[in-house]
Design a binder for this molecule. Structure first.
Ligand code: RRO
Length: 314
């Protein structure tokens, strides 16, 4: 019986009945899409990254699934921040927290949006996206440590809501340490690792073309291929950040074992991106049951029983 097993967790002071929910990006832009997450077994609802103005995003084809995952260059298509702020009132119909992803095109935009959100009591927290790889001419803030410090200085000087950050993947130990050094200076509630692995290239050898159109085919990579990088980022930030910062794992999760691995590395919650895009909202109930089955086999009844308890082999 897995009914005595709990996947409950807490993020930014909010209780989630399940530690699994959607990554910002796929199927979380419209009211219908957000409602579908609300009605699903997901433990929370997370919006598409919002900008100041509504955006159409990059030209299509801009999302392609491959045998091992996905490549995207969506270019931040979204309804604008006021839409996602207003949705927070509707999200109260579902008995789960609503997080809003914010990805202003400038520091000033981010500050204006975050200031506006302060009065929306149904927003459980803001996931500040420091890592969109797909807006031509806009570098990923998370790869510039001083710029990240400057932005967070301004954000935390004025924010009333709980703030977390969505980071790009890092690949070098000093870079993990430098970013952790910046984040530990602020009262960050959570850190989501990782965004897509930026600027990959997928080729159709038959037509001898790229598979997506924007940026000459360069786009963010998600799915199976990114899981080892995601796990490394979850693990490193779990060990480097203050213990009251929740780590949210994102990258390569398509079954219960993938979620188990993220939690073992230190994740308090796990987001699903490419698999959610392919399978739709029913993926949450499936992955949750698979995770519960694994926990039962191993004799665990809560995620605290194994969270962060990864050991190095001897
Ligand atoms: O919209 C996008 O192109 C996009 C965003 Br904002 C992001 O954060 N990560 C990604 O892979 N695509």
């Amino acid at each position: 019986m897995t009914s005595s097993i709990s996947l409950a967790t807490e993020i930014a002071g909010n209780k989630l009945a399940s530690c699994l929910y959607n990554a910002s990006g796929p199927l979380c832009s419209t009211t219908d899409e957000l409602n579908a997450i609300g009605e699903s077994a997901a433990g929370a609802i997370l919006s598409k990254s919002a900008t100041l103005e509504k955006r159409e995003g990059n030209p299509s084809p801009r999302y392609v699934e491959t045998s091992w995952g996905s490549i995207n260059s969506m270019g931040l298509p979204n309804e604008g921040y006021e839409f996602y702020a207003a949705y927070s009132k509707h999200s109260a119909n579902y008995n789960k927290p609503y997080f809003m992803s914010v990805s202003g095109l400038s520091h000033a935009d981010n500050l204006l949006i975050i200031q506006y959100l302060a009065d929306f009591t149904n927003i459980a927290g803001i996931e500040l996206n420091l890592s969109c790889p797909n807006v031509p001419g806009k570098p990923q803030t998370g790869y510039d440590f001083e710029e990240t410090h400057r932005l967070l200085d301004m954000v935390f000087a004025q924010s009333k809501l709980k703030i977390g950050v969505k980071l790009p993947p890092y690949f070098d130990i000093p870079h993990f340490e430098m970013m952790a050094g910046v984040l530990n200076k602020f009262p960050i509630a959570f850190v989501t690792c990782i965004n897509s692995v930026g600027n990959g290239l997928v080729i159709d050898t038959h037509s001898e073309t790229t598979v997506i159109k924007p940026k000459n085919g360069f786009g963010g990579i998600g799915g199976d291929f990114v899981k080892p990088t995601a796990l490394a980022n979850v693990r490193k930030f779990y060990t480097l950040l203050d213990k009251n910062v929740a780590i949210i794992g994102c990258g390569g999760v398509k079954n219960g074992m993938d979620a188990f691995e993220h939690i073992l590395c230190g994740a308090s919650a796990v987001q699903v991106g490419t698999c959610f895009m392919r399978e739709g909202p029913s993926c949450f109930a499936r992955i949750e049951q698979e995770l519960k089955d694994i926990m039962q086999q191993k004799g665990y009844s809560t995620i605290a029983d194994f969270k962060g308890k990864l050991r190095t082999c001897s």
